[in-house]
Design a protein around this ligand. Structure first.
Ligand SMILES: Cc1ncc(COP(=O)(O)O)c(C=O)c1O
Length: 386
């Protein structure tokens, strides 16, 4: 069986040694030494002065919004994981969708200004599949209209833009360290900001709003993470360079073999050191994509429709058409990609994709000829495919 992803697991002995140290200290959570060590090591690795390790990438988004005092309308992308939109609604704000660029799959900055109203207070954009948004354009619009910018960088561990960690951009950047992510802490996430006041606020908010033993500075929540999760992060951080280079090798292998496929691939922003976290492929039609998925499942290869459906179709959102996003969401899948995937596994996936596409092409030609003969027209038969 080839799943779409598998979590990276370090050597068990390494994790066990951290677990023994937790047993010895009997300090399980509440800003323990392993949480501190992980935060410091992540700062060093990412070359960033600050970050806060939190429970998950969803609460990271909520903390960011709460700390930046976001109210009213938030301009956002319809092409992301549900948490991007749900956290806006969770904070009692209104998501205002702006369609995406069909090549980068990120929010299209050229369409942002038309969506700004007197109630807009922020832009929440996702660097989709680790591909940086058009940061300069978004920044310019945000400054002009006095808006905050939150980047959902859940997919971005290891991505750099203009030589700096992608987490350095925006008023706040957030990420996820969920088990499916390239770097993970089983469950987990982080918030990043260069603003010391916002950082302080988020640090207090992460811990119920405590600002001292018996004092509270603001409304808080429980967004802390535990020593066990930090231990997994510390183990995995030792492998991060290997993980990133393996992801790149696997992605380039797919790309080389899929060059002949009748499909579209995400265009990566210039000046990016990309992390190759996912391998999305966009087919010509939903029908072809479903056929490819079916053929892959016959040999137990499981891809994922990611992201589908478009977030503007969520049941708690006023329906709005986003033609580019709606079109892409129906035709895109992520191919299997994980550290232990082999080139032979990839070749199987590629063979099936190419074979399904070729078979469909031949069928269409055959049926088209037949249609001309029988009906004097080939239209309906081509549409019915095989
Ligand atoms: C774009 C995006 N934002 C937010 C999240 C939420 O992260 P978490 O699962 O850690 O809550 C995810 C998780 O997959 C995601 O892909």
């Amino acid at each position: 069986m080839i799943p779409v992803t598998k979590p990276f697991l370090p050597k068990q002995a390494e994790f066990k040694s951290y677990v023994s140290s937790i047993w010895a200290r009997q300090w399980l959570t509440n800003n323990g030494p392993l949480v501190n060590e992980l935060e410091l090591k992540l700062q060093q690795y990412l070359d960033l002065p600050h970050l806060l390790f939190v429970t998950n990438g969803t609460i990271a988004l909520q903390l960011a919004m709460q700390a930046l005092e976001i109210k009213g309308e938030v301009i956002t992308t319809p092409f992301s994981f549900v948490a991007t939109t749900s956290s806006i609604v969770w904070q009692s704000c209104k998501p205002v969708f702006v369609d995406i660029d069909q090549e980068t799959l990120n929010i299209d900055p050229e369409k942002i200004e038309a969506a700004i109203t007197p109630n807009t207070s922020a832009i929440m954009a996702t660097h989709v599949f680790g591909n940086p948004c058009d940061i300069e354009a978004i920044d310019k619009i945000a400054k002009k209209h006095d808006l905050k910018v939150i980047y959902d960088a859940a997919h971005c561990f290891g991505t750099k833009y203009k030589g700096k960690s992608i987490f350095a951009y925006g008023d706040v950047s957030t990420t996820s360290f969920h088990a499916t992510k390239l770097f993970h802490t089983i469950e987990g996430g982080a918030v990043f900001t260069q603003n010391p006041d916002v950082l302080k606020k988020m640090a207090f908010m992460r811990n119920f709003g405590y600002s001292g033993v018996d004092t509270f500075s603001e409304l808080g929540t429980n967004a802390k993470n535990s020593e066990f999760h930090a231990a997994m992060g510390l183990c995995n951080l030792n492998y991060i360079d290997q993980i990133l280079s393996k992801r790149k090798e696997l992605s380039l292998h797919y790309m080389e073999r899929l060059g002949k496929a009748d499909a579209q691939f995400q265009v990566i922003e210039n000046d990016t050191d990309f992390n190759y976290a996912y391998f999305p492929i966009i087919f010509k039609s939903e029908e072809i994509m479903l056929d490819v998925m079916k053929q892959l499942e016959l040999v137990q290869v499981y891809c994922r429709r990611y992201f589908y459906p478009s977030l503007s179709a969520l049941p708690y959102i006023d329906k709005i058409s986003m033609p580019i996003c709606d079109g892409i969401a129906k035709r895109i899948i992520c191919l299997p990609l994980y550290h232990t995937l082999t080139a032979a596994d990839q070749d199987l996936v590629v063979r099936i994709i190419l074979r399904t596409q070729n078979y469909r092409k031949k069928q269409v030609v055959k049926l088209a000829d037949y249609g001309t003969l029988v009906n004097g027209s080939n239209l309906g038969l081509v549409a019915n495919g095989h």
